[in-house]
Design a protein around this ligand. Sequence first.
Ligand SMILES: Cc1cc2nc3c(=O)[nH]c(=O)nc-3n(C[C@H](O)[C@H](O)[C@H](O)COP(=O)(O)OP(=O)(O)OC[C@H]3O[C@@H](n4cnc5c(N)ncnc54)[C@H](O)[C@@H]3O)c2cc1C
Length: 304
Amino acid sequence: MDAHIKKRMKEIGGEAILFDVPMSQYTTLRVGGNVEALYKARNLGVLKKMMTFLIDEGIPYLVTGRGSNLLVRDEGLKGIAIILDESFAVIESTSLEEPYIVVGAGMPLYELVDFCAKEGLAGVEFLAGIPGTVGGGVAMNAGSWGQEMKGVINEVTILKDRGIVEKRDSLRLNFTYRGLDLNTGQIIINARLNLEFDNPALISKKVVSNMQRRKERFPVDMPSAGSIFKNPKGDYAGRLIDAVGLKGKMIGGAMISSKHANFIVNKGDASSSDILALMDLAKVKVRDVFNIQLLPEIKVVGEA
Ligand SMILES: Cc1cc2nc3c(=O)[nH]c(=O)nc-3n(C[C@H](O)[C@H](O)[C@H](O)COP(=O)(O)OP(=O)(O)OC[C@H]3O[C@@H](n4cnc5c(N)ncnc54)[C@H](O)[C@@H]3O)c2cc1C
């Protein structure tokens, strides 16, 4: 990234632009090389300008939430990572008459879950303990305990094509298993969720119970990116990886969790290459033994 581009970025983004930032600080796996620039977008007007500039200059950008489903390669990331902050991380509207909420894409899911429990809005308890943002949750169609984001989405606002804002209702959103069809470069700005009124104490009880179940099943006390592979039809990636004897297997500072085989944890000094090597090993062994091709659920990004 040359000095002129950096100067223009600073003119548009001001203090919200940082250069040469370690992505290990912005991902829950705590690994990954540096990104050329990082932009913590604070409001829609400036984000639109930045988006237009990036598209005009052909600079690649990646919107990230809390990086809880991301593996950035050790060689780093070209272009700019965009994080939706401040005015993107708030509850935009809700009502006492109708059980709905419009929430900014940058809001952490735990804040959304807390808010809904306090306000007596039921429907997002399944998101308790998923360490992402609303934007990441929508983009990944995050889910657990048999429910997924798709089930509560009424409408999503998307920023596209150099700053055009489009509202897309659920009929025009193509959710898949852990994904949403979006064109490259489109940014989720907010989501409107349809919920139900319920007793706050009952909602909180469900949230606590879901958190407890997570603690029992998943290695939540170590850096990870959640499930590494998608579950193949009719089976579980964790069961298959366990069955080929890889639970507890270490490469460098990364380990296939001994608690849940579909989690790879960072023991402290893992590199992205360690994690990728474990992923390759799991894929090869599961393919050789079961003739099943595991597909990554996490997004692997960066220079190869
Ligand atoms: C301990 C642990 C447990 C987990 N448990 C679960 C679970 O039970 N269920 C589950 O589904 N997931 C789980 N995950 C994975 C992860 O938390 C979810 O996928 C989450 O929704 C990702 O959100 P994020 O904001 O961190 O997104 P990121 O990881 O930052 O990004 C993920 C993808 O979404 C895109 N994206 C992010 N924000 C936007 C936006 N505003 N507009 C357009 N694209 C965007 C990114 O470009 C990227 O492709 C877990 C992760 C961890 C670490």
